[in-house]
Ligand binder design. Structure first.
Ligand code: ATP
Ligand code: MG
Length: 658
């Protein structure tokens, strides 16, 4: 009798798995690729495989499970615990970064680190970059508009994760920073030095250093290769070069077996360095590899599955798979909702969510998915109006985003010159202005405002009235430019419409936006959307009070279970909900206009995969909507329905009348 068989429960694998999943769970092949469509139980297969290995007596410390998030690993291991009764605490499960950290904790000494190195989180990194920018860009004449630390960090990280030099990454993706290349070089060198001196690593170093450690130290490599008898990887389609190298270093162990699980049709992270070729080439890299396909889908009702099958069929390069539904047919067809404009679209989504909640569906079973964060603006406003609790996994709530706050500050100050918070925010966008300077300028400003007659709420000429405000000579040019800009917001005493105002504010803040934030272009899209939404409000005062009230509603604390999820599709990877809404399915929005205009087939195929990921999150109900016009009174854009919708056979869908 096996020594462990007395304590380990034997799950009934054959009952819990279909024959394809069962074969993958039970295989003794040294290398195996499980490639299957969404919702076919890949993650479940990997979970059961871990259970099977433990049930077979493999010690948990000899298993390594690599997942997309640490939370996913925890959930999988909890399930393994339920299935086998084995405490899997010794098992190494988590993201590549967490595993790298674990190994480096013991062995980083070999790379010259001292015991107990620090991991720099993104705040620490930013702080370090900030001081380096001050040091190196402080003396150059270009100082005023030198890129902000966040942007340098993104460049630094993308270069690491795509295995490119930062110079090449700069050329290819950050061409607008080219003029600063020499200073950036100095900063990056100093950054590396500082990290070394302070015995610390950033997130990217964790992966890079681990790969280096294993490449350079045969004894350690062998030790790990001997330790891990089984390496298992979920979401393999989104591994980057470093992760791939790490997998192959570990899997090179004589007795190590490797199982990777993925869906080439769900590779959606190439912009962060993921490379779908790893899954395509798996059987070439490991010629003895066994390939398992799972062709049954357990997640979605047949009508949703048909839509997803058709959606992905257009992609040229893929491992062919057909998905058969396991679930019985439902009476609902996926709905297509053409709305006259973005606001109506949001109203329809919110109204439908309201009636789903009324019918007894829980908020946690509903998700609204979108390609870009700004697409969620109107839905956020509508849900708040209806007091429907939601949580956003794609980032900050729209109006909490720094660049949106920057723009709103100007509008607030225009209406209320006593708005200290708005004033400080704006003045701090000037180079070389910190808290102390902002306070001084604010006192001068306030003195002028207080000297005005009480009924004069608007300042007729900023340049003239604010002349007495004392500012240091170094700040003066920015101050003067700011005042003349403020004057352009009421040309000859005439009121501009809110969207026109926003346009001017955006032009004025352009250099600040460009150099302060990463994803400059996406932020411009946010601001354009802001202008459209303001354009639909009766007036600026009204809009600003609405925004303020929105944040009050936001602060109501809601139990997580009741919350509807708002998420980008990227963040929704691997997850599932009973009801899914995909919004903004319009040409130019999704697929993105840049991909359409550049005519890049690979990029378009990635958009298609993204749509496939979105559709396949839905279990019971799927709604796909688009606005015919984005914005209706200002700068409204006509939006043809997305090609992802128009290429679907009409008989698979129910089109709503609007
Ligand atoms: P994705 O590609 O989105 O990551 P996946 O292939 O990993 O999906 P899972 O999340 O493992 O799929 O499974 C999808 C759903 O189907 C889950 O709710 C899972 O519990 C269920 N499921 C999978 N296989 C079976 C099965 N044999 N019997 C019952 N339910 C199953
Ligand atoms: Mg999965």
């Amino acid at each position: 009798m096996h020594p462990l068989s007395a304590v380990v429960q034997q799950p009934d694998f054959a009952a819990e798995l279909n024959p394809e999943q069962y074969a993958a769970v039970m295989t003794n092949a040294r290398h195996a690729l499980v490639v299957a469509g969404a919702g076919s139980g890949k993650t479940r297969t990997l979970t059961f495989r871990v259970a099977r290995l433990l049930a077979d007596g493999v010690p948990s410390w000899r298993i390594l499970l690599l997942t997309f998030t640490n939370k996913a690993a925890r959930e999988m291991l909890a399930r393994v615990g339920e299935l086998t009764g084995v405490d899997s605490a010794q098992l190494w499960g988590g993201t590549f970064h967490s595993v790298a950290n674990r190994i480096l904790r013991r062995h980083a000494g070999r790379l010259g680190y001292q015991q107990g190195f620090t991991i720099l989180d993104s705040d620490d990194q930013k702080a370090l970059f900030r001081s380096l920018v001050k040091q190196f860009a402080g003396k150059t004449s270009k100082k005023d508009r030198f890129p902000k630390p966040e942007m340098l960090l993104s460049l630094h990280s993308l270069a690491h994760n795509t295995g490119r030099s930062w110079q090449r990454t700069l050329d290819e993706e950050y061409a607008h920073l080219e003029q600063h290349a020499d200073t950036i070089a100095q900063i990056f060198e100093a950054y590396a030095r500082r990290k070394e001196e302070s015995n610390s690593m950033d997130f990217d170093d964790l992966l890079l250093n681990l790969v280096r450690l294993l490449r350079e130290n045969a004894d350690l490599r062998q030790e790990l290769q001997q330790r891990f008898l089984h390496v298992l990887v979920d979401e393999y389609q989104d591994t980057n070069v470093l992760q791939e190298e790490l997998i192959s270093l570990l899997a090179a162990g004589e007795r190590t077996s490797l199982m990777v699980v993925g869906d080439d049709a769900q590779s959606i992270y190439s912009w962060r360095g993921a490379n779908v070729d790893h899954i395509f080439n798996f059987c070439k890299t490991y010629p003895d590899a066994e390939m398992h396909k799972i062709e049954t889908n357990y997640r979605s009702v047949p009508a949703i599955l048909e839509v997803s099958n058709v959606a992905i069929a257009h992609n040229s390069r893929q491992i062919t798979k057909v998905l058969r539904p396991a679930r019985p047919a439902s009476k609902f067809l996926p709905a297509v909702i053409p709305a006259p404009d973005n606001r109506t679209e949001a109203q329809m989504v919110a109204r439908e969510i309201d009636s789903l909640l009324e019918s007894g569906i829980a908020g946690r079973d509903i998700a609204v998915l979108y390609r870009a964060h700004f697409h969620s603006l109107d839905v956020q406003m509508e849900l708040s109006r209806r007091h429907i609790p939601y949580r956003i996994t794609s980032g900050l709530r729209f109006f909490e985003q720094a660049h949106v706050k920057d723009v709103l500050s100007v509008l607030r100050l225009l209406i209320n010159p006593r708005d200290e918070v708005a004033f400080r925010r704006l003045v701090s966008t000037f180079p070389r202005v910190g808290d102390a300077t902002a306070s001084k300028i604010w006192s001068g400003w306030l003195r002028v405002v207080e000297s005005l007659p009480p009924d004069e709420t608007r300042i007729a000429s900023y340049s003239e009235f604010m002349r007495p405000v004392a500012v240091a000579p170094a700040v003066r040019p920015h101050w003067v430019a700011f005042l003349s800009f403020m004057d352009t917001l009421r040309p000859a005493g005439q009121e501009l419409t809110p969207p026109e105002l926003i346009k001017r504010v955006q032009n004025y803040l352009d250099a600040h936006l460009r150099t302060t934030y990463e994803n400059y272009e996406e932020r411009l899209e946010d601001i354009a959307q802001l202008a459209r939404t303001v354009g639909d409000s009766p007036g600026l005062d009204d809009f600003l009070s609405q925004v303020a009230l929105l944040s009050e509603v936001d602060q109501e604390v809601q139990p997580d279970d009741d919350c509807v999820t708002l998420s980008t599709i990227h963040q929704a990877k691997g997850l599932e909900w009973k009801v899914v809404f995909i919004i903004f399915l319009a040409e130019g929005m999704f697929p993105h206009y840049r991909v359409i205009t550049e005519g890049d087939t690979n990029a378009m195929e990635e958009e298609t995969r993204l749509f496939y990921v979105a559709v396949t999150r839905a279990e019971d109900r799927l709604y796909m909507s688009f606005p015919r016009y984005n914005g209706h009174s200002y700068d409204s854009q006509y939006c043809p329905p997305s090609r992802f919708l128009t290429t679907l056979p009409p008989d698979l869908l129910e089109v709503w009348e609007c």
